[in-house]
Design a protein around this ligand. Structure first.
Ligand SMILES: [Zn+2]
Ligand SMILES: [Zn+2]
Length: 365
């Protein structure tokens, strides 16, 4: 076994703190990775705080992992010690269902094994996994991504979740030259989505409640910004967009966004599994054969594809690097929703930390 250290919480209202764990030595088809950077995804906050009601504790989040291979199993052919690699939201799937056969591990019929919190369809203590807020991780070779050389390792981390989560639906719905795309929200997902859609050749509009995000959106390549609280602006832009990607992480009313779609337009929801706050108004959809879709992260192949795409088009996440002991503050700021970049943890900051059992007991953790 490998002695490892990570940041975890033991209950929904707890703070993340150092926790010592053991990881298995790499099996024949597995790779051990020394983690250099881990992005802080909004899902990490939802999961640590049990906002999706499926968290198994202790919860050690982190699924935007970049690091160096330190050890490989006997059958590993693609990686060797020293390679720069990434791990995203999944570390395994069933390998025999229709979805897995089609290379869509993210839709595995038995549920993929999430990088942390285990199998997301049936989370349990037995299949519990610990994520990337840690010094090291062991992952099956098939679920390890290669990080292109010209990408900055810290800035590449968010591509592994925020990048592929937005890339997959943009590709699935054939966004390209001539497509008028609306991106709702300019957080971790939204700021990647704008850059990806622009690089695909689309004309991109940011839809946001914050007028002060217009400058950032234009810098990322958006040509238009609609402030969704402004009724006149929403009216003026009715029926102008072919495809809308909603990245809002909280329950919200999606009806106003549907009015922005053209005939046969598609609104795809990522980043939110909570129900909408108002019933879906089909009278705004049927007369123009409009569609609503959903999308969940992306496959392993798409994750490798988006890494290459970002490398070719010089796309990087806007990040702020923090040390692991700043992660609880970062969670609070993400929860408030007022950041348009990604926190990325420099995992070197965990070196030398120890679990303080006495202190944890004293503060009731
Ligand atoms: Zn994520
Ligand atoms: Zn499967």
């Amino acid at each position: 076994m490998i002695d490892a250290i990570g940041f975890a919480t033991k209950h929904a209202s707890g703070k993340l703190h150092p926790m010592e764990i053991q990881r298995s030595e790499p099996a024949a088809n597995e790779v051990q990775i020394d983690i250099m950077f881990c992005g802080v995804c909004h899902s990490d906050v939802h999961q640590a705080r049990n906002e999706w009601k499926n968290t198994v504790y202790p919860c050690m989040p982190g699924h935007e992992i970049v690091g160096k291979v330190t050890k490989v199993g006997a059958d590993v052919t693609r990686y060797k010690a020293g390679n720069l690699v990434g791990v995203g939201c999944m570390i395994d799937s069933c390998h025999h269902c229709d979805a897995c056969d089609e290379g869509l591990e993210n839709y595995c019929e038995e549920g993929f094994l999430a990088t942390y919190n285990g199998n997301m369809r049936t989370p349990s203590k037995e299949n519990l996994t610990y994520g990337g807020y840690s010094n090291t991780i062991v992952v099956r070779e098939d679920f390890v991504l290669s990080i292109p050389e010209n990408l900055d390792p810290a800035k590449a981390a968010p591509i592994l979740c925020a990048g592929v989560t937005t890339y997959s639906p943009l590709r699935y719905w054939d966004v390209g030259p001539g497509t008028k795309v609306g991106i709702v929200g300019l957080g971790g997902l939204g700021h990647m989505a704008i850059q990806l859609a622009v690089a695909m050749g689309a004309e991109v509009t940011l839809i946001t409640t914050s007028p002060d995000k217009a400058g950032d959106a234009h810098k990322l390549g958006a040509i238009n910004v609609i402030v969704s609280d402004n009724k006149d602006a929403m009216k003026a832009n009715e029926a102008t967009l072919d495809f809308i990607l909603s990245t809002i992480p909280q329950p919200h009313d999606i009806n106003p966004y549907i009015t922005l779609l053209r005939r046969e337009g598609v609104l795809t929801i990522v980043g939110c599994i909570a129900p909408t706050t108002k019933p879906l108004d089909l009278s705004k959809m049927l007369p123009d054969r409009k569609n609503i879709g959903t999308s969940l992260i992306g496959s392993i192949a798409e994750t490798q594809e988006v890494l290459e795409f970002c490398s070719q088009h010089d796309i990087a996440a806007n990040i702020e690097i923090i040390s692991i002991d700043q992660v609880n503050d970062a969670f609070d700021k993400i929860d408030k929703g007022d950041i348009d970049f990604r926190y990325v943890i420099d995992m070197a900051s965990i070196q030398g930390m120890k679990e303080d059992k006495g202190l944890l007991e004293k503060v009731g953790l």
